[in-house]
Design a protein around this ligand. Structure first.
Ligand code: ADP
Length: 476
């Protein structure tokens, strides 16, 4: 006594009313003797034979028990679906659960391909054959297509008499379909596929419970499928990203290696020639030399970054004066500093100490050189730069402070990534490859130190480095 709704457009001409039924989600499972969850005594006739009432109540209790039992099973399946994150095993569980819960011979899941929009088999009882995998189910004129287009369940008791039935699926599966119940897999009003259970076991055929069970299961399955697909896409995006990253590393590796040797030759000849010529030729060679040195410094940066990334860096420690290193570096940059009319100040605390450190001098040099050269580069003419070095407990606190262009807080972390530059590389007015801070960070961290920036756009930046004065010093 189910209330089935025939679809006016789709009902087969030869269709037998009892066999071909389409079901509306809201109406399909309402039967006249249906058991209402909010059953109320007051709805009973006023004068009822106590025996009749007894049997009505018993019927209702049996109905309720039946519903509770399948809801319990569906809740269990729901838990299982939520715990599986890969699409393939998830689809297998759905297929298995659907056949068990509806007591049917088989189940198939068809999903809409996000790229092509085609409806294809994604899982089926007994696994997917190649033939099945290749089948495209037309969205018009097929059972699966009907469920997708109408976004509602469809129950066909005798598929052979339905024009939407095509036996190519049976051929591909070597199977005989007699009856089908298809329900849409729907996420947020969007149909992503169809779940079909096939051939109800026993003589009675599909009933209202089957429609309810399949619909409830499909609702949970659709969310789990969508989550698994999103996770798949995310993992694929990560794989693509790390492939690109690997390509970039390979490129950096090959380029730096291939450029180094010819550049050494250029530098060697240019130095030799410069020492042996005079006048205009010497000036021109000076330009060649300085350009070649810049190129070498870029290549050195690339090599350093590659080493940091491959974790191939080893420390060659010695005890040296950090104060002296700062002084030497300021001296090295003095021409550019005065060329830009910058005012550079420095402060050492305590100022009567050499501020010795047990570290890798060459690497600490790179840390300081990168920070100071950035401060010079990103500070407009007549700006100020201040370098502060202070021993606090067993750690050195170094600040390189400038009155330059500043950095927005959303870039505080990213500027330490390789090749990251706040300004787009093609339109930027500052030179560089975006490697200096990545190298700085790598070199600081290998000394078990920390580096960060505090900045205000348009006002200036304060790069802070904290370095242990010796290996394994205790935090103070
Ligand atoms: P590069 O200087 O070669 O571009 P870095 O890794 O040294 O590469 O710096 C990355 C980016 O961080 C720079 O391109 C710049 O946008 C920003 N930056 C670094 N230092 C400063 C600074 N002192 N003031 C303003 N921006 C800076």
């Amino acid at each position: 006594m189910l209330k089935y709704l025939d679809d006016p457009d789709e009902t087969p001409e030869s269709g037998n009313e009892n066999d071909d039924v389409t079901a509306q989600p809201s109406d399909a499972y309402i039967s006249e003797d249906d058991v209402s969850d909010d059953f109320d005594d007051r709805t009973l006739p006023v004068e009822v034979d106590p025996q009749d009432m007894d049997s009505v109540l018993k019927q209702k209790i049996v109905g309720l028990e039946r519903r509770i039992s399948y809801l319990e099973r569906i809740v269990k399946v729901g838990h299982m679906l939520n715990s599986v994150l890969s699409l393939e095993p998830l689809l297998q569980i759905i297929v298995q659960s659907a056949t068990e819960l509806t007591d049917t011979e088989a189940c198939s899941i068809m999903l809409i391909d996000k790229n092509t929009g085609e409806l294809r088999f994604s899982e089926s009882t007994g696994g997917l054959t190649d033939a099945l995998r290749e089948l495209i189910i037309p969205l018009d004129g097929s059972i699966g297509g009907w469920v997708v287009r109408q976004a509602r369940p469809l129950l066909i008791r005798d598929v052979k008499s339905d024009p939407r039935w095509h036996d190519n699926v049976d051929e591909a599966l070597d199977f005989e379909t007699r009856s089908i119940l298809g329900v849409p897999l729907q996420v947020r009003n969007k149909v992503i596929g169809v779940l079909e259970v096939v051939n109800k076991n026993g003589d009675e055929g599909f009933n209202e419970d089957d429609i309810q069970i399949a619909t409830t299961l499909a609702a949970q399955a659709a969310i789990a499928i969508e989550n698994a697909r999103l996770l798949d896409e995310l993992q694929q995006a990560y794989r693509d990203l790390s492939e690109v990253d690997q390509l970039k590393n390979d490129f950096v590796s090959i380029a730096s290696h291939e450029l180094r040797t010819p550049l050494s030759v250029i530098l060697g000849y240019a130095t030799f020639l410069k020492d042996n010529v005079s006048g205009q030729a010497s000036e021109q060679l000076e330009i060649v030399l300085s350009s070649a040195m810049k190129l070498r410094s870029l290549i050195d940066d690339m090599v350093n970054v590659r080493h940091i990334q491959a974790e191939e860096i080893e420390l060659s420690r010695s005890i040296f004066s950090l104060k002296q290193l700062v002084v030497d570096l300021i001296d090295e940059f003095s021409d550019i500093i005065s060329g830009k009319n910058l005012i550079l100040t420095k402060k050492f605390v305590p100022d009567n100490s050499p501020l010795n450190i047990d570290a890798d001098r060459q690497k600490v040099y790179l840390i300081l050189a990168n920070l100071i050269s950035n401060a010079i580069k990103f500070t407009p003419e007549k700006g100020r730069i201040h370098i502060n070095l202070e021993l606090k407990g067993h750690k050195y606190w170094l600040n390189v402070i400038d009155t330059g262009i500043g950095i927005a807080s959303e870039d505080y972390e990213r500027i330490f990534d390789q090749f990251y530059q706040v300004e787009p590389p093609l339109t930027r007015k500052y030179q560089g490859m975006g490697l200096g801070l990545a190298i700085t960070k790598g070199m600081v961290e290998i000394h078990k130190g920390r580096v960060w920036v505090e900045s205000v756009v348009g006002k200036g930046s304060n790069f802070v480095v904290v370095l242990p004065s010796a290996p394994d010093v205790q935090d103070t």
